[in-house]
Design a protein around this ligand. Structure first.
Ligand code: HEM
Length: 208
């Protein structure tokens, strides 16, 4: 397949995934208002994405995104690399790794363990020692990589200065926003640092 076609595929699957991820990360952010509120919002959002049509589109988009991203990855395409060029490549590679494991875990949890993959499924490991040593960087980098990838694309595509803010500065703003969003999500998912009591049905996830 020609590079131009692969780029187009990557663009459209990227937009499709970003709509879901935008809602998904807003849902996680919403946990700063409490676990009940997070679950309530997830139940409403599930009306949109938890059906055979939307989930199939999403899964196909994830597969296309990873395949096309790996195809586009060629360290020799340029002779010089800026910070944002490097960020685009590394964040894309991490997102590919993360999405494969994350989506497999969610569907494994739902079909094999027959669990409700809600708030507690997402954060059981994050709130339990020693699993949190893995889950803090695993989730933290996933959110940062998402915003990092968006910032790098913005930096390469945006041509306009807004209120004297250059495209490069705008991209840095997206990165800073991603960092703040990550901190807020962690604040909510660890229930404001007071700890989360994981219901017994999720014990299987934390070796109990
Ligand atoms: C703190 C970080 C995250 C946590 C705790 C988390 C947790 C979860 C949970 C619990 C589900 C199941 C949702 C449901 O059953 O309704 C899920 C699904 C999913 N998540 Fe995440 N997630 C995180 C970050 C991300 C990021 C950064 C991405 C993408 C870049 C992502 C992509 C997905 C996808 C594609 C699904 C599958 C949706 C489906 O088809 O049902 N997640 N996540």
């Amino acid at each position: 397949m020609k590079i131009r076609k692969i780029k187009k595929l990557h663009y459209f699957s990227g937009i499709t995934i970003s709509v879901f991820v935008g809602l998904h990360l807003f849902n996680h952010f919403y946990s700063i208002f409490g676990i009940e509120k997070h679950i309530e919002l997830m139940n409403s959002l599930r009306l949109f994405y938890r059906n055979i049509l939307v989930e199939s589109i999403l899964l196909i988009a994830v597969a296309i995104q990873i395949y096309s991203g790996v195809k586009l990855f060629s360290p020799k395409r340029k002779s010089t690399f800026t910070f944002f060029d490097r960020l685009q490549i590394w964040s894309g590679l991490y997102l590919s790794f993360f999405l494969i494991f994350h989506v497999t875990a969610v569907f494994g949890g739902r079909w094999l363990l027959e669990l409700d993959t809600n708030f507690y499924f997402g954060v059981a490991g994050l709130n339990t020692f020693p699993f949190l040593i893995f889950f803090i960087p695993y989730y933290g980098l996933s959110i940062l990589a998402f915003f990092g990838h968006v910032a790098a694309i913005h930096n390469s595509k945006m041509k306009h200065t807004i209120l004297r803010i250059t495209p490069r500065q705008q991209a840095k703003f997206i990165l800073a926003f991603g960092l703040i969003w990550t901190i807020l999500i962690f604040y909510g998912l660890t229930n404001h640092f007071n700890g989360v009591t994981i219901p017994a049905e999720f014990d299987v996830l934390i070796g109990k």
